[in-house]
Design a protein around this ligand. Structure first.
Ligand SMILES: C[S@@+](CC[C@H](N)C(=O)[O-])C[C@H]1O[C@@H](n2cnc3c(N)ncnc32)[C@H](O)[C@@H]1O
Length: 276
C-alpha cells in the first residue's frame, strides 16, 4: 500500500475515532483510560529504551532470512542492525501501550510472533512479573541479538525464545502453555498467515484471552485480515488503534462491538474545552 493510501486510511479512521470522553462502555472506558491515557513512566521503560538506543547506533550488518511479508523500507538480506532497530521495532509509544495493556489485565501465558531484537518482548514480559512469554523469531542472527537483549536486561523476566518459522514454532509454543492468555501477532503481515495464526492461537484461547495484531492498516491484505477477524462472531469486542488492533472474546459482551479509539490529546475538543 502506498504511503498516500495509508495517510488516507488514517484520516478516515481518525474522523470516526472516539476518545475516552466519548465512550460509555465501562470496560472500554477503563481500557482507554489505562492503556491510552496513562502517561506514567514505569520502572522498566528507561532500561529497555537504553537497549534500543544501543541498537540504533549499531552499524554492524547481519544476514537476515526473511520469512515474512518483509520490510517496506529494507528489502536486502544483509541488514544494518541500526536499520532493523529503526524500521522493524514497535516504537516506544506502541511498546509502552503493550506494557500498559498487560499491566492492566495481567495475562500470564503470553506468546509473541515476531521477536526481532527483543524490545517488545522485554516490555511485555516486564509488565507482569507472573508472566511467561514465549517469543518466536525466524531469523537466526536476529534471534541471537534478541537473546543478548534479554541477557542485558537487569529485571527478572521470564522469556523463552523459539527460533524457526512460525509454522513450526507456533504449534510448539502453544503446546508449552497451559492456556493462552495473550498473543501479540507481529510478523508475516499477510492476510492468510494472519488468519491462520488467529485460528491456531484461538484453539488455546479462553474467554479472557486478548489478541493484539500489529500493523493492521499496513497493507490491503492486512486490512482484509483485520476486517475478517473483527466480523468473526467469536470476537465480542474489537478495538482499532490504527497501528494495531486488539480483540477480546468475553461472552458477557452480548452485543458485539467495534471501536476506533485515539488518545484524547489527538482530539482535544473531545475533552469539552470547545463546547463539543
Ligand atoms: C516487525 S518484526 C517484530 C518486532 C518486535 N515485535 C518489536 O516490536 O520489537 C517481525 C519479526 O518477525 C520475523 N518473522 C516474520 N515472518 C516470520 C515467519 N514466518 N516465521 C518466523 N519469523 C518471522 C521477522 O524476522 C522479524 O524479525
Amino acid at each position: 500500500m502506498s504511503h498516500l493510501k495509508i495517510v488516507r486510511r488514517f484520516l478516515s479512521f481518525y474522523w470516526k475515532a472516539d476518545t475516552v470522553y466519548d465512550i460509555h462502555s465501562p470496560f472500554v472506558f477503563e481500557f482507554a483510560n489505562a492503556v491510552l491515557e496513562d502517561q506514567r513512566n514505569f520502572y522498566a521503560f528507561e532500561e529497555i529504551e537504553f537497549i534500543r538506543k544501543q541498537y540504533l547506533k549499531d552499524t554492524r550488518t547481519i544476514q537476515v532470512e526473511d520469512y515474512g511479508a518483509g520490510s517496506l523500507v529494507d528489502k536486502r538480506n544483509e541488514r544494518k542492525i541500526s536499520s532493523i532497530a529503526k524500521n522493524a521495532l514497535s516504537s516506544p509509544y506502541r511498546a509502552k501501550l503493550l506494557f500498559r495493556l498487560i499491566n492492566l489485565y495481567k495475562p500470564e501465558n503470553l506468546i509473541e510472533l515476531g521477536t526481532s531484537l527483543g524490545i517488545s518482548a522485554l516490555y511485555q514480559a516486564s509488565a507482569n512479573y507472573n508472566a511467561q512469554l514465549i517469543t518466536l523469531e525466524g531469523s537466526t542472527a536476529i534471534a541471537n541479538l534478541a537473546r543478548q537483549s534479554f541477557q542485558q536486561y537487569n529485571n527478572p523476566v521470564q522469556i523463552k525464545l523459539l527460533q524457526g518459522q512460525f509454522k513450526d514454532t507456533l504449534p510448539k509454543a502453544l503446546k508449552e502453555v497451559p492456556k493462552l492468555d495473550y498473543a501479540f501477532i507481529d510478523g508475516n503481515h499477510r492476510k492468510q498467515p494472519t488468519l491462520d495464526y488467529f485460528e491456531t492461537c484461538y484453539q488455546y484461547a479462553h474467554e479472557d484471552s486478548i489478541f493484539v495484531f500489529d500493523d493492521i492498516h499496513w497493507s490491503e491484505e492486512m486490512e482484509e485480515a483485520w476486517d475478517e477477524i473483527c466480523k468473526d462472531e467469536r470476537v465480542r469486542l474489537s478495538i482499532d488503534l490504527f497501528y494495531c488492533g486488539i480483540i477480546f472474546f468475553k461472552k458477557e459482551f452480548r452485543v458485539k462491538e467495534h471501536y476506533n479509539i485515539v488518545a484524547a490529546k489527538w482530539k482535544p475538543w473531545s475533552m469539552g474545552f470547545f463546547g463539543k
